[in-house]
Design a protein around this ligand. Structure first.
Ligand code: FES
Length: 165
């Protein structure tokens, strides 16, 4: 292989690498900006009596891929999907917060953003109380609260699960 054809091959490699980088950046941008999908399938789900969601608790509802939480006596249905890149965000019993193991975003019990690369708090489904039942409409998704919202912010109960405050 002469110098000219070797240069052409290297140039082609850089072009391919650049194209892959641009593709990855475009996909990341699309994921961050695309309209919210309803991962729970858009169904209305009766998740239980209001009294079964005690103050400052989180209950996982697999049928809706969501958490129903009672934060300071306000009930929220939070999508399990991290608003950063979509990982399932587990609830950390010791801190009483949601802590994403993928890149370290942390949310309080109401899903408000605390720290990490997430662009907002956890997304919320519409909740209504019907005949003392908590009903979640998974076809209606409200984007999570903006950074610094601090409307329902709850303090941590104790140490975190992913090594952050
Ligand atoms: S997917 Fe949760 S912090 Fe990145």
């Amino acid at each position: 292989m002469d110098d000219k054809s070797r240069r052409d091959v290297l140039r082609g490699g850089w072009k391919l690498g650049g194209a892959l980088l641009i593709g990855a950046a475009a996909y990341t941008g699309y994921e961050a900006l695309r309209p919210l999908a309803t991962s729970a399938g858009g169904a209305k789900i009766t998740v239980g009596k209001t009294a079964s969601f005690e103050k400052d608790t989180s209950t996982y509802v697999p049928a809706g891929r969501m958490y129903v939480v009672n934060a300071n006596d306000y009930i929220f249905a939070l999508s399990q999907k991290c608003p950063h890149l979509g990982c399932h965000v587990p609830y950390c019993e010791s801190s009483g917060r949601f802590e994403c193991p993928c890149h370290g975003s942390i949310y309080d019990l109401s899903g408000e953003y605390i720290t990490g690369p997430a662009p907002r708090g956890m997304d919320r489904y519409k909740v209504t109380i019907e005949a003392d039942n908590v009903v979640v409409d998974t076809s209606v998704v409200e984007p999570g609260p903006a950074h610094g919202a601090k409307i329902f912010l709850t303090p941590p109960k104790g140490p975190g699960c992913i090594g952050k405050a």
